[in-house]
Design a protein around this ligand. Structure first.
Ligand SMILES: [Zn+2]
Ligand SMILES: [Zn+2]
Length: 143
């Protein structure tokens, strides 16, 4: 085992998402045991095992886009967070130029908001079947 597999109390606190003083509390309670050869150092394995146990008990943290995407949670809070994140990501893309070579695609038109001739054309072509289906439906309703 190399030194890299050992975490100091600051790193341990980071991995577990807790304050550093709480690490000492965990040691005092016997939840976490420092490595015998290195006082105040913990093996990454121990720390991650402890963290996993907590997460299982607690379940995922709701209200996060990462929980929506990573855990596939579809609760109201996570869905809202994901919608908001998607909106921000989209706004961010819209404020930048689409990557080179991405023009002439319907996705560049809709995801990047590109309105160049090539993207416009691609978007029209992409939507054509839907537009046709819509028109057919409209005509069927009229007759
Ligand atoms: Zn959720
Ligand atoms: Zn374009």
């Amino acid at each position: 085992m190399t030194d890299e597999d050992l975490l100091n109390s600051t790193q341990t606190a980071e991995v577990l998402g807790i304050g550093r003083t709480y690490v000492y509390e965990l040691v005092r309670r016997g939840d976490l045991t420092p490595k015998r050869t290195h006082p105040n150092r913990f093996t990454r394995e121990d720390v991650e095992l402890l963290g996993d146990g907590w997460r299982r008990k607690r379940g995922p943290t709701h209200g996060l886009a990462s929980t929506y995407r990573g855990y596939g949670c579809r609760c109201d809070e996570c869905t809202r967070a994901n919608t908001e994140r998607t909106r921000l990501e989209r706004a961010d893309r819209f404020s930048r130029q689409p990557p080179k070579g991405s023009h002439g695609k319907a996705t560049t038109y809709s995801n990047w908001g590109c309105r160049c001739g090539r993207c416009r054309k691609a978007n029209t072509a992409y939507n054509a079947p839907y537009a046709r289906a819509y028109q057919t439906r409209q005509k069927a309703m009229m007759s």
